[in-house]
Design a protein around this ligand. Sequence first.
Ligand SMILES: NC(=O)c1ccc[n+]([C@@H]2O[C@H](COP(=O)([O-])OP(=O)(O)OC[C@H]3O[C@@H](n4cnc5c(N)ncnc54)[C@H](OP(=O)(O)O)[C@@H]3O)[C@@H](O)[C@H]2O)c1
Length: 246
Amino acid sequence: MKNQKVALITGANRGIGFETAKQLGEQGITVILTARTLVVATESAEKLKQQGIDAYGIQLDVTKAEERVTAAKYIEEKFGKLDILINNAGIGPKDWSMFEKTVSGTTLEEFEYVFNTNLFSLVAVTNELLPLIKKSAAGRIVNLSSILGSLTIHSTKDSPIASMKTLSYNASKAALNMYTNHLALELEGTGIKVNSAHPGWVKTELGTDAAQMEIPDGAKTSVQLALIGEDGPNGKFIHLGEELPW
Ligand SMILES: NC(=O)c1ccc[n+]([C@@H]2O[C@H](COP(=O)([O-])OP(=O)(O)OC[C@H]3O[C@@H](n4cnc5c(N)ncnc54)[C@H](OP(=O)(O)O)[C@@H]3O)[C@@H](O)[C@H]2O)c1
C-alpha cells in the first residue's frame, strides 16, 4: 500500500475533473474524487469503481475550511500521504455577458466571487494538504489555469483570445499562475513539482458546447502533469506538453 500512488481531484463530479480521476485511475492510481456533497462524491467514485478503479468519494466544498481539514484528516488516516493533488474545481464569472459591456464595469463583488473559489480556496486546499504531499516520494501539484490567464497572450495584438476580456476570471487564473510560480520555487529540492495546466477549450458546462475539445482530450494536460517524472517541468504553464507564456 505504501508504494500505491494516491491522487485527490477537486471538483471531480463532472467535466474535466471527473475525467481526470478516470484517466488517473486507469493508470492504476488510487483516486479520491471530491465534490460539494458526500452523496455526489460517492456516486462519482462508484461510477469509477464499477470500471475496476480504486476510487473513493469525499465531501469537499473547497471554500469551506472545516471540510478542507476533514479531507486532510481522512487522507492522513487512510493513506498517510498524498502523491498527486489536482486543483481542478473552478468557476466562471457570475454573468459572462457582463464583459460584452465593459471591463471597467466589473464589480468588486464579482471579483470576490470568482477569486474566492479560483484562487483563495485553491491556496487553502493546497496549504491544508501540503504536509501530506511532503510525505510522498515525488509529490505533484497541478493547478487548473487557463490560457485566459496569460498576460503575454492578452498583450499580443489579434491573439485568439483578444475578445475574451472576462476580467475577474482571467485575473483569477493569472494570480493562480503566480501562485504556481512561487510555490514551485519554494518547494524546489523537495521532489514536489507544481505546474499550471491549460486544458484547452473543452466541452463542459463551463466551456459550453461551442468549445473545440472533447472532455477526454481536455483532461490530458492534467493527467500528463500529474505523471511527470523527476526530469519533468516545474513551475511552468503547460498545454498538452507545450509551454505557454505567462
Ligand atoms: N472547460 C474549459 O474550456 C476550460 C478552459 C480553461 C480552464 N478550465 C478550468 O478547468 C477546470 C475544470 O473546468 P470544467 O470545464 O471541467 O468546469 P465544470 O464542468 O463547470 O466543472 C467545474 C467543477 O468544479 C466544481 N466546483 C466549483 N466550485 C466548487 C467548490 N466551491 N467546491 C468544490 N467543487 C467546486 C464543480 O462542482 P459542482 O458540480 O458542485 O458545481 C464541478 O465539479 C476549472 O478550474 C476551469 O477554470 C476549463
